[in-house]
Design a protein around this ligand. Sequence first.
Ligand SMILES: Cc1cc2nc3c(=O)[nH]c(=O)nc-3n(C[C@H](O)[C@H](O)[C@H](O)COP(=O)(O)OP(=O)(O)OC[C@H]3O[C@@H](n4cnc5c(N)ncnc54)[C@H](O)[C@@H]3O)c2cc1C
Length: 400
Amino acid sequence: MTTETKRIVVVGTNFAGYTAALELREMLGDIHEISVISPTHKFVFYPSLIWFPFGIRDEKDITFDVRPIYESHDIRFIEKRVTHFDLDNRAIHIEQADPIGYDYLVIATGFAVDYDYVPGLREHAHSIIGIKQATRTREAWQRFLQNPGPAVVASVQGTGCFGAAYEFLFNMRYQLAKHHLREKSPLTYITAEPYPAHFGIGGFGNAKKMCETLFKFYHIDGRFNVSVKEFCPDGVMLATGEKIPSAFTVAIPRFIGSECVRNTPGLGNAMGFIEVGNDYRHPKYPEVYVIGAAVDVKPPERTEVPCGVPKTGYPSEQMAKIAAKNIVADIKNLPNRYEQSFAEMNALCIMDTGNMGMMIVGDHMFAPREHQFIIPGPEAHWAKVAFEKYFMYTRKHAIV
Ligand SMILES: Cc1cc2nc3c(=O)[nH]c(=O)nc-3n(C[C@H](O)[C@H](O)[C@H](O)COP(=O)(O)OP(=O)(O)OC[C@H]3O[C@@H](n4cnc5c(N)ncnc54)[C@H](O)[C@@H]3O)c2cc1C
């Protein structure tokens, strides 16, 4: 190692961490050491988990192994869990291994799920947040088909992942119709959002109207602006005292930061998310960058029931690219800094409904926007399928 060689360590290897590591290698050449630490070598394409419980996707379709890609890019991969950071001494503490030092640290540890903040959530609601959870939900779905009844999808107070909840709800409607079970299975959507298609971003164009039309057309009952008091074996108790009967409940709970962030005093806020500037650099530790779902993003407006912000894949990758450029500028002593707030990033999303959907395209995540379009129709479903194939192919071939 020459004296100029810098050690850059990326923690996390999904949308944000994977993009950052490859961007850094491409921009820095091979003089500098790049390492990635993650407890798993699997990249998981979360957007397709909405199809997993229905058996439309398997693990092999929506994951790939990052190790050969890192190897071919001379990026060291350490398959271990980080327990905490010692930021003053620039050390990363890892389970069953010696601490690792760094000159630049990129934290891309995403989100963890808070299963314990609503009684009964862990025991009486199913989840699609992760392959393991979605596999259990698939088994429960098979049982439900044998013994159908009312069903509930809940975007629980504090969550920010509303798009996935709507997609799962509409896909479930589609699957129930295919099994001729719609009459036996009334569907209810429960959400913290003040109105349909608020999405935690204060709404988007005419999405509210479109969503209302879909709810009416598909006979889905909606409960908006509500908190869940308790998930029960036979239904969902709302804070209003109303109990919605359910034989199959899927919940999208709130997210918190990764344990390694929560175990590091002074790094993140009470929820374990990390506040950074628009250059994605930590305000106190200039050699630390934070990207993706690990970043704290404040909601654009206050809602009566707390709603989080959807920190989706596209902005996660954008943050990674911005942070990588800034690290390169730091190392090469370049004057330029790159900045873009989450609110200013493009809003690009496809909401699938089983055989149809909506393509959501806007110039900004948060209003005001100059351009915002929603393109509904069957082409949106096929666009989501095509995007999944495009994404898996390009990322497997290190095109980020
Ligand atoms: C069901 C579902 C559907 C979704 N649908 C969409 C969609 O349609 N479109 C969209 O754009 N977004 C969607 N999202 C959001 C998208 O998945 C996130 O934006 C994205 O995963 C954020 O990427 P990330 O890399 O920041 O974090 P993550 O994907 O959470 O990755 C975190 C990484 O950090 C690692 N890590 C965590 N803790 C540690 C530790 N202690 N030590 C070392 N490594 C650690 C993990 O192993 C992982 O590699 C969806 C999310 C879910 C859950």
